[in-house]
Write a protein that binds this ligand. Structure first.
Ligand SMILES: [Zn+2]
Length: 70
């Protein structure tokens, strides 16, 4: 059994709803496969929110460390 098969298996499930992806219906975006456009948008939105939250937390952390210095 080839070890490289594991990654291929991941592509067979939608990252948004975890549903099995059929070869004919999969929707390819950003190097990933989704079952439809809606699932891609859901994943994209979540990623955007995570980036925005990380930026907000970094800004908050910077503020806190500045206050600690003062
Ligand atoms: Zn889906």
């Amino acid at each position: 059994m080839a070890r490289g098969k594991a990654n291929e298996e991941e592509l067979k499930n939608c990252p948004a709803c975890k549903k099995h992806l059929s070869r004919a219906k999969r929707y390819y975006r950003n190097e990933k496969y989704f079952c439809n456009k809606n699932c891609w948008l859901t994943t994209k939105k979540k990623a955007d929110e995570a980036v925005a939250q990380a930026a907000a937390e970094a800004a908050e952390a910077a503020k806190t460390s500045e206050e600690a210095k003062a």
